[in-house]
Write a protein that binds this ligand. Sequence first.
Ligand code: KG4
Ligand code: ZN
Length: 354
Amino acid sequence: MHAAPQLVLGFESSCDETGVALCTTEGTILGQALHSQIAMHKDYGGVVPELASRDHIRRLIPLMNQVLADSGKTLHDVDAVAVTTGPGLPGALMAGNAFATSLAMGLGKPVIPVHHLEGHLLSPLLSANPPKFPFTALLVSGGHSQLMAVEGLGQYTLLGETLDDAAGEAFDKTAKMIGLPYPGGPALSALAEQGDPTRFKLPRPMLHSGNFDFSFSGLKTAVLTTAMKLAGVAQPTETMVLNPQDKADLCASFQAAIVEVLVKKSIAATRESQHQRLVVAGGVGANRLLRAQLTEAASKRGIQVYFPELSLCTDNGAMIAFAAALRLKANPSLLSQRNYSMQTRPRCPLQTAL
Ligand code: KG4
Ligand code: ZN
């Protein structure tokens, strides 16, 4: 007879989304709820860490209650609590960790720490058409830009990462420079559709670096210099005022540069890892040009590309509950763990957390 699956209640609060989800050790999400703080941070042009922490505190309990009600469960049905311990904003992580740890202690259940990037890496397995292991993952969000070889649960090798800005951060900062609203990625890419991607010759940073690392801050500076010339100013102003066609052409040229680097490096990393599958995760995975060019480049090489639905690519509680549920299934002794003195780890490479 099979034992009944265990239930894991997971919390995500590493940045500007509060996510809660209930997942079984069979990998089924019974309920999930998410609150995005984008509207709150919009007026400031970016995430304000102190506001983020306070908002997580406000949202955690109502979201948890909603998840339990939607799943038809109560706290007494929960076998383990899971929480993102890092990387992320220190105060935001602390809000989720203090809550999850106290809850677990009160329930007399274990709390399972989850590395945020492991959540992202495993989240494609929750999609309707999940990739099989092994695969190469391109993780491109506002906070991360990494290429990872994913051989199986807990078997992740970092192939390369950004040396400065994350890809989404480069989109956001560039967009801000030319007066587009936060988050800049969607606004910039929408405008790029009306522009000429060949008009400005922008650098393709590290395209021929011979490794899988990225660097996007030089590209951002090249956009700044071009925008200053177009705006006829000698010093950068907070936002450069450009005529609409120049702005669209600059967006298109920037997007073409960043996408070319992401596509070439992702395909090369997949080939070097001898994988047949490439999975894209993170908010930048919504970019239409990236999707089109990756699909085209991959099909020429016999590589299958997976773009999980965006709700799985961006931060959410389901990926945290799911990662912990897989760990619990693989290692049932976690159920008897009672460590309530967990440390949040705002900066920590994935390898050190496993
Ligand atoms: O994964 P995500 O929702 O949040 C984290 O950073 O964890 O990613 C958000 C990032 C933002 O930088 C946003 O500008 C970018 O993803 N983004 C895009 C697009 N949609 C969202 N970047 C380029 N093109 C898009 N269509
Ligand atoms: Zn994330």
